[in-house]
Design a protein around this ligand. Sequence first.
Ligand code: MG
Length: 390
Amino acid sequence: MKRLAILGSTGSIGQSTLSIVDSYPERYAVATLAAGRNVDSAFEQVLRWRPLVVSLATEELAAELTRRLRDKGVTGTEVVWGTAGSIACATHADVDFVVSAIVGVAGLEATHAAILAGKPIGLANKECMVAAGEILTQDARRLAVPLIPIDSEHNAVHQCMRVGTAAEVKQVWLTASGGPFRELPAEDFVAITPERALKHPTWVMGQRITIDSATMLNKGLEVIEACRLFDLPASKVRVTVHPQSTVHSLVEYVDGSILAQISVTDMRLPILYALAYPERPSSTLTFDLAALSHLDFEVPDLVRFPCLRLAYEAAEKGGAHCIALNAADEVAVEAFLARKITFPGIPRTIEKVLERTPESHPETIAGVLEADSQARERARNVIAEDASRL
Ligand code: MG
């Protein structure tokens, strides 16, 4: 029986993880939940799963949940809050495996604490790897802590890498759906509304990652994530646009063989893989190969999707530039959703923030978070300057 800490339990990966626990009660149990800001959802999850510890984003939210649980007569769940609360969930003595799925750098300290506590990690939080990948992977290797990617592309790469050695890998191909604007002419990008950008063709995901898919910044973050997870230079991590989202990624070996992983577009599969690794439990997540008529692969357009170019540039520089790429994007996406900037304003903001970022390589999580808040400040300034010119 593996007892899980689910960091980000009310988000889409968290909910999918709970549905896996529901399907495999003989294999998995919930130990702790870090639930963020959604008290209603956290309340329902505590009633259903009875975790030892549940963490909310703030003290006020924790007090609200405590009151509701008391009114309902629920005992046995400790309610905690904030970063210290997420860390308590991640490092609890009864936890055997941590699912890291808090969106953004908010999950960074808890993920790092879990690694230092020797807990195997299922990693769904790509921002952690982008901002602090060097630190996290170094500590994980030093302590022999498994980091199993849940992000579908990296999960596919992890699966395809099991058949060869690292030295035999020529390069990795991450597939990208191309998002909803794959065929949109460049001149129409300025008129893209948040509503249109929030409609993703193949995956149902959270708001930020859906916008990031539309700008292809998401794929850029995934390039950096792959560099860190698989210890590859950016030149060995390629992107191919594959609108069907059927092949989740590919690994090309030095002998010319290319291995691909194909499955349904359902995050429960990479989650199950991560939880069960190195085993493969049987599941109902079957893929109908007979219904597959064709697979398309295209070269990504770095002119219409400058975010991908910016991500490669940041990947080459590493450190503060990767942190700034992620932080500036988060601020820019919020501004776009609030209708403060246009869709092309997202890459424009990121590019200006990267230009203003001095090269540095933080060696501690505190240093990463400091660089992150500096980049956010720069992004807010860039957006304010931009808006004043409209
Ligand atoms: Mg992905």
